[in-house]
Design a protein around this ligand. Structure first.
Ligand code: UDP
Length: 401
């Protein structure tokens, strides 16, 4: 029997890790929590993940893996709320959490919080429980504001992130760039640990391109793939404009995966743009795709496009590479650390033009310029969740004596 290392209260206040991935507010952070918690319990940790009841039909308590529970707490209306609307229910959330904890007689060794809202909740719990907090921001408001004017993050978030960067005992940075950004927010370098996010190497593997296309019913000769939440920061307008430059290419499709009923406004705007660019017939908006089905999409594609203005990490790129598919991307998140120019993809400046994006995408649409899938995959083989969990464990071990 595994001896237990420590009991951890994981906070994911605004977004339920078992929510539908690819919707407005549920993306990489939920994948991170699902995958990492599965590996951390194998290393002997017990985790209770707390989230707000948001109207999804989930039981209050779900056992995700041995030693990992997901607990839905009442805090405000049981419906999907905007991130800023949920802020005012943070106190209620903490009170519900504390009453659950007392009722069950639980004691925690560490708080592991995700996103600034959970970090804020964690500050209060830290005081009540007198234990340390490790935080992972997933995105930083100041960096988002500096990169994309269409999504202005409020002062409340910016100030809270500065406070958390200083007050939490450890901050996990997903990239070297994020580490620098955290220092500029006031985090002490000695409190920051750089641990990247991971990829499920068993799920995301190279599959036969032809068979994958047949399975998905994708009838195209060449496919550019986008996967992600449909938010302005993801640079989809720029990607559509790039597709316009490639219009003359026979049998080319731009396949867009992601977006749910909460993203309808964004989808309509993008459809309208595709119409006005006269490329509507070249673009398929597929909506949400089950995470488990994505290896077929990545394998069916000739190239995956990440045209974002900002990513804190960029799991989609890692998943595509793990399936052997090259990635053409802006210099966001982990991408500058993993892309090999001209071999596994191309990196472009954040403010790149649609025409230069089109130019790089075209390179990978050309059959002769493809690097073997196994070689592309090899470049991300150190990002398996098992290895990532070991690195996170080291951070926890420093905190739990
Ligand atoms: N995703 C998914 N289905 C979709 C769209 C996205 O499973 O329809 C997943 C995708 O595989 C990835 C995550 O959502 O794991 C997005 O993470 P990323 O870090 O790229 O972006 P974020 O959501 O954190 O901005």
């Amino acid at each position: 029997m595994l001896s237990r290392k420590g009991r951890i209260a994981v906070l994911s206040f605004h977004s339920c890790p078992m929510g539908r991935i690819g919707g407005k507010d549920t993306g990489g952070m939920s994948i991170y929590l699902r995958e990492l918690s599965r590996e951390l319990q194998k290393l002997g940790f017990t985790l209770d993940i707390y989230t707000r009841l948001n109207g999804d039909k989930h039981p209050v308590l779900m056992k995700l893996y041995p030693g990992v529970r997901l607990i839905h707490l009442e805090a405000g209306p049981q419906e999907h709320l905007d991130k800023l609307q949920v802020y005012k229910y943070l106190n209620l959330f903490n009170l519900s959490l504390e009453s659950f904890r007392r009722e069950k007689g639980l004691h925690y060794d560490l708080i592991f919080s995700h996103y600034w809202l959970s970090g804020w909740a964690g500050l209060q719990l830290q005081k009540w429980w007198q234990i340390p907090q490790v935080i992972m921001f997933h995105t930083l408001g100041a960096m988002k504001n500096a990169s994309c004017r269409e999504e202005a993050e409020p002062r409340l978030r910016l100030e809270t992130e500065k406070l958390l960067a200083r007050r939490c005992q450890r901050v996990i940075a997903a990239t070297k760039k994020e580490k620098e950004q955290l220092i500029s927010l006031g985090a002490k370098p000695e409190n920051i640990r750089a641990v990247p996010c991971g990829v499920n190497l068993e799920l995301f593997r190279p599959l036969d391109k032809k068979k994958s296309r047949q399975k998905l019913g994708l009838e195209a000769e060449k496919i550019i793939l986008f996967v992600g939440r449909l938010e302005p920061i993801k640079g989809l307008k720029r990607l559509l404009r790039a597709a316009k430059y490639l219009k003359g290419r026979h049998g080319l499709k731009l396949v867009i995966v992601g977006g749910d009923e909460h993203s309808l406004e964004e989808i309509r705007m993008l459809e309208k743009l595709a119409h006005s660019l006269q490329i509507r017939d070249m673009v398929s908006f597929l909506g949400l795709v089950d995470h488990e089905m994505l290896p077929y999409y990545y394998s069916a594609a000739d190239v995956c496009a990440v045209a974002s203005y900002y990513e804190s990490f960029g799991l989609v790129a890692l998943e595509a590479l793990s399936c052997g598919t090259p990635v053409v991307a802006t210099e966001v998140g982990i991408l500058p650390e993993i892309i090999r120019q001209g071999e596994t993809g191309y990196l472009l400046p954040n403010n790149c033009s649609a025409s230069s994006l089109a130019d790089r995408l075209a390179y990978f649409l050309d059959k002769n310029s493809r690097y073997p899938a196994a070689a592309v995959r090899e470049t991300v083989s150190s990002f398996g969740w098992h290895d990532i969990a070991h690195q996170v464990k080291e951070v926890f071990d420093e905190m739990i004596s």
